[in-house]
Design a protein around this ligand. Structure first.
Ligand code: PEP
Ligand code: MG
Length: 537
């Protein structure tokens, strides 16, 4: 069995089709004169544009407008007269068309890959894709006809460029496997959009597997099984049938208004931890982002992210969500989320210690960087700020004063920003008990049942000895939730829930009855949650 990253859910059963890298060595090509080489270049560009425009139409039909944007970007880049005129200048200097394409594209690739910004780096991989396509066309190089593979094909390549991925006909491709790439690569995004199971980053897979070999691909667990037994095939056929039937029954809820049987409209949002996860929310039918856990931007690194880095992450999410609401929770560290470089002092009881909003308020420089980044990113979408682990009114007032100070600074520095709504998480009994007062200070609440359950029941969510007590369905927790929702309603502010209980089948009918407005859940639970809400009175 081979292991990789499960980047698109589902099971694929079929035969391997290996797509080897095309040979783009042009050293044997002879210079045919500047005019002839320019004519070859123009013909190749025209062929590329025709091919790509055709792909755009097909992708729009099979995966949607959004997915075609990558390819539309390719067309725009090549239609830019600057790039073409640079290639022509090089040809005038006595270089073959292939060399001109190679030199100009490589220059842009180097330039874009050295920039410390995800979106710009992405452009480098777009240009790499354009370069390979142009060389392939110029050299009449052979590739596997991806669009023409037979049904049940499992496509295997080092990586899939967007133009390769978009030739895939979803009815014929049972799965895709690559040697590189992760959950957020172009191939993963397109594979998910087309509903094709994908396992990425399987080391040396193009050498290990042979063309025509029988395979089973498990896109959930990131597993690839070679030459499976009849029994394994039967087992996976069954799993696949169950999965597809479930998926089918949920698909009807994609893009549907979340409305209860009695006609009350609710919102189902997704929770994210990284900017790239916004795509995941959209692909799962989310109407917004109810919780962006920003502490993940601070983890797995050895220094604090700069204001600019944070600004880019928040802007990426705002732009991806295209006007849909994005609730950004300010840094929630401490407790179980340690960050070495922040030098948080060791505490005997960290869950009741100097964490989350408490830590941020006593480290205003760090906190202000985050607030400034959020305010600046707010110009690109409907961003809101949410404070974690609030227990007093003073914390909210202090945070508000800091936000005002950040706005004044940005004003003075003539940096663009937008004022945003402020909300708090209700995840401590203290916050629930003063939710009537907090409602006078903020524009919205989001109930964090993960912590609210733990603090109300005095039971740690990770301790198996008290697991029976850690239960959001306990009457005490339910009372805290009901009280919070009622207080929000009387004050006329929006109230959501972003703890795991928002997707709990047993909880949803009560939340509807009490009047919860927004349910923010793990992206893969979005459609199921919408279904449960739509089936309730
Ligand atoms: C919660 O406590 O319910 C919550 C959503 O926050 P986290 O799980 O990040 O603590
Ligand atoms: Mg919490």
């Amino acid at each position: 069995m081979l292991k990789g990253i499960g980047a698109s859910s589902g099971y694929g059963i079929g035969k391997a089709v290996i797509i080897k890298d095309i040979n783009t060595d042009y050293s044997a090509v002879k210079f045919a004169g500047a005019e002839e080489e320019k004519a070859r270049l123009h013909q190749a560009v025209a062929d590329f544009l025709e091919e790509t425009n055709q792909l755009i139409a097909e992708v729009k039909a099979s995966a949607g407008d959004h997915e075609a944007e990558i390819l539309e970007g390719h067309v725009a880049m090549l239609n830019d007269p600057f790039m073409l005129s640079q290639m022509e200048d090089i040809i005038t200097g006595g270089v073959v068309a292939e060399g001109a394409v190679d030199q100009v594209c490589s220059m842009f690739i180097d330039m874009f890959s050295s920039v410390d910004d995800e979106l710009t780096r992405q452009r480098a991989s777009d240009i790499k894709d354009i370069k390979e396509s142009l060389l392939r066309i110029l050299l009449h190089a052979e590739t596997v006809d991806i669009a023409g593979v037979p049904a049940g094909s499992i496509l295997i390549a080092k990586d899939f460029t967007p133009s390769m991925t978009s030739q895939i006909k979803k009815d014929n491709v049972a799965a895709i496997i690559t040697e590189i790439g992760g959950v957020t690569s172009h191939s993963a995004i397109l594979a998910r959009a087309m509903g094709i199971p994908a396992v990425l980053s399987v080391l040396n897979v193009t050498d290990i597997i042979t063309d025509g070999e029988a395979l089973i691909v498990d896109g959930f667990k990131g597993k690839v099984m070679q030459n499976p037994s009849e029994e394994e095939v039967r087992e996976y056929e069954e799993k696949k049938a169950v999965y597809l039937a479930e998926k089918e029954s949920l698909n009807e809820y994609f893009g549907k208004t979340t409305m209860t049987k009695s006609g009350v409209v609710k919102k189902v949002y997704g929770n994210i931890g990284k900017a790239e996860d916004a795509q995941n929310v959209l692909q799962n039918g989310g109407e917004g982002i109810g919780l962006f856990r920003t502490e993940f931007l601070f983890m797995d690194r050895d220094h604090e992210p700069t204001e600019q880095e944070q600004f880019e992450a928040y802007s990426t999410v705002a732009k991806a969500m295209d006007g849909k609401e994005v609730i950004i929770r300010t840094l929630d560290i401490g407790g179980d989320k340690a960050i070495d470089y922040l030098n948080i002092t060791k505490e005997d009881n960290p869950f009741m210690g100097h964490r989350a909003i408490r830590y941020c308020l006593s480290n205003p420089d760090l906190f202000k960087k985050q607030l400034r980044a959020i305010l600046r990113a707010a110009q690109f979408g409907d961003i809101k700020i949410m404070l974690p682990l609030v227990t007093t009114l003073e914390e909210v007032r202090e945070a508000k004063a800091l936000i005002k100070a950040c706005e004044a600074e940005l004003e003075a520095e003539e940096l663009r920003y937008r004022s945003v709504d402020l909300g708090v998480m209700i995840e401590t009994p203290a916050a629930a008990l003063i939710s009537d007062l907090l409602a006078q200070e903020v524009s919205f609440f989001s109930i964090g049942t993960n912590d609210l359950t733990g603090y109300t029941m005095a039971a740690d969510r990770g301790n198996p000895h008290v697991a029976n007590l850690y239960d959001a369905m306990q009457p005490s927790v339910l009372r805290a939730i009901e009280m919070t929702i009622k207080n929000a309603k009387s004050a006329g502010i929006m109230v959501g829930m972003c703890g795991e209980a928002a997707a709990d089948e047993r909880m949803i009918p009560m939340l509807i009855e009490w009047g919860l407005d927004e349910f923010s859940v793990t992206p893969t639970n979005i459609l199921q949650t919408r279904k449960l809400i739509c089936e309730n009175e």
